[in-house]
Design a binder for this molecule. Sequence first.
Ligand SMILES: [Ca+2]
Ligand SMILES: [Ca+2]
Length: 504
Amino acid sequence: MPKQFSKSRPLAGLCSPVARRTLLVSALLSSLAIAQTAPPATASPQPSFEGQIIYQVMPDRFADGDPANNTGVDRANPRAWHGGDLPGLNAKLPYIQQLGATALWMTPIYRQQSGNSFETAAYHGYWPANFQDVDPHFGTLNDFDALIGATQKAGMRVVLDQVINHYGYAAEVVKQRPAWFNGETECAATTNKDVDCALAGLPDLKQSNPEVQKVLFDAADFWRARGVDAFRYDAIKHVERPFLNALLARDRAAGTWTLGEWFDADTGTVAEWQRAGFDSLFLFSLQAAMRDAIMSGQGLDRVAGVLARAGELSRPGEVGLFLDNHDVPRFANGTLFEDDGQARTKYGLRALMTLRGVPVIWQGTEIAMRGGSDPDNRRDMRFEADWTPAERSVFDVARDAIAVRKASPSLSRGAQKLLPLPPRLESDLLLFTRELNGEPVLAAWHNGKARQSYSLRLSALGLTVGNLAATRSLFAGQDAKVSVSGGFLHLSLPGRDAAAFALK
Ligand SMILES: [Ca+2]
Ligand SMILES: [Ca+2]
């Protein structure tokens, strides 16, 4: 069920989204009864997540609400189950809301293969054995329904991770249905190795097989019917394209928002897949540029280079923005020292909240958790009672930056315009405006080590604004100021931080 939870996202038309979604789903189901595979011909709405803040959770590593389901749990082993579950996540929804997130993305919660592979348990959820059941470690279908009910009551949306490329190594179906999978013969014969060969050796689904297609379509319908608003599709680089097109057509008809994971996607790849029917993809190229600039001290010019390509996107406001996730080293891990990692994470979180797109925060990034490659980047979440004062201060910055974004229609959903800078400043400074309803906000990222003042000619920036008395940043506790006079923009910026200013 769709949820209405942003006051800045008014109901459109006479028909409520809930009623409209119900009608569309009924229309979809009746059309499917006639033709299983044909996409419905009716015009469908484009679901949008613009203005949302997504919080990403890996349930096994988040909160343990039911010790009774902790079979095989060993918290000392980073490759074992750790006991987190859906009841635990449900109990922590107030925490996620306190941070300010409006949507929840869960990594997969399906029933997994029962044993280990490569001395690793299926705690992460990406080794499914049954796409229409909840793994007992996570709880039951009733627990899932209770969680969805609680998110709806809280006005939050839910993004569910969907695996469509493979089953788990040890899933029973692999032996039972060999025709469903690409084997070495198919891999040797294909010209498309990315799609038809096994990813990390995982049993690779042949989506062109009608039975496989039905399993995956049915899985989408199963979770959609339980009230999921959106799907995050795993590893789309490795999935047959005609199948993806059909899947997206069905999601679109049902009003389900779609977020694709194409590892390392740049703007061109995101643009291509938005044209093909995805609402969103993660913009990995921006994540890499932000990590290198903000955490590792390289120039901001590479960030500007990515932002300069935003015009290629048909729906720039839907793009997935992130500092880190469960597949890359933690953002704070880019520096050796804990305090430096915390300071730079504050900078990164503020910067993220100034950008056009849909910010996604991986659990623990709001307290600058550290960790290298998988599974070290999936350490157990720690909550308030276990935080240091420094971690608390990172959380406070995250919460404030999210609140500032949500309170500003321009930051949430405004157009984004990159301002040209003299080449000598491009490494240390990044300026862009966000604007909706004639209320421009200026974002200013400053990569210099120390406080610095800048005076820049408005005409050179391509900026038309009236005079402005000294104005402080929208972010709390930040000593950053802007003023406009005599045809110049004057900025006073602290070192290594991102600020946002209302220009009128
Ligand atoms: Ca548990
Ligand atoms: Ca594949």
